[in-house]
Design a protein around this ligand. Sequence first.
Ligand SMILES: NC(=O)c1ccc[n+]([C@@H]2O[C@H](COP(=O)([O-])OP(=O)(O)OC[C@H]3O[C@@H](n4cnc5c(N)ncnc54)[C@H](OP(=O)(O)O)[C@@H]3O)[C@@H](O)[C@H]2O)c1
Length: 264
Amino acid sequence: MKIVFYGIGNMASAIFKGMINEGIKPEEIYVTSTPGDPFLERYKEELGVVPSLDDALLLRDADYVVFATKPQDFDSVVERVKPYLEDKTILVSIMAGTTIKTIQNKLNGNETVRIMPNTNAVVQHAVNGVAFSDNFTNKEELLGLIETFGTNVLIDESEFNQITAATGSGPAFLYHIYEKYSDSLVNLGFSKEQADVLTRELVIGTAEMIKNSDLPLSTLRENITSKKGTTDAGLKSLYKHDIEEMFDQTLEAAKTRGEELSKD
Ligand SMILES: NC(=O)c1ccc[n+]([C@@H]2O[C@H](COP(=O)([O-])OP(=O)(O)OC[C@H]3O[C@@H](n4cnc5c(N)ncnc54)[C@H](OP(=O)(O)O)[C@@H]3O)[C@@H](O)[C@H]2O)c1
């Protein structure tokens, strides 16, 4: 198997680190970026992946080419890829906003899959929204490959901007909430270091509870809320804020940006 990454930023590196952690051989992973990108050599040393700026070498007999640049850099990638792209090579895009039709129009109609992962790929816990082109044949192999770094959710391409907002950008929204929680622990009297440890452990423990339980989130919450107790008092104060409205606006803004990027 030969998998080639165009772009080795936050998301691509999370994906190939996740793949390597799950047993894909690093020498099957080729990486390229802009000339002089110091991460090319760094990932070779740290992970054993194969760095190159030679598009002919990169694309020769490639099974998968992963487009992991910002969408605005896609045209410069197309210029590099088009002269050497083989018919059998499957195109995988993780770019927000760039449609399957656009990719296929620019690159000979090769089989194409769009994935919207998130940076939790590095710990094999991404959520991968997945949409295939009509001419895609070996879906099982592709789904198995990306399952190495996360859970696949098959969606219609029309839902991509929603999933980009929900789980592509989602970790950043949750990090912000945790940051603010930690700041409040400082206001409560803890040192910054203590607040950081308490917040991290709270988040990790709560996530483990969610992972290991089939109960609805509301039941997990109710299970630790005794009437007139401390949690009850805290929640009554929390319920005065319209958190759903806050998230509605956050997700809508992210979705709208995805729509704008799709039009560029
Ligand atoms: N970050 C996330 O959480 C997330 C989640 C889901 C999807 N995505 C999608 O993933 C894509 C990448 O995001 P990112 O956060 O990883 O961006 P990023 O950190 O900026 O990485 C982009 C990479 O592409 C490289 N690049 C630019 N032009 C290139 C070219 N012509 N040929 C080869 N490489 C080139 C950049 O190199 P230089 O740094 O040298 O310019 C950099 O290594 C975006 O389309 C985004 O929508 C991101």
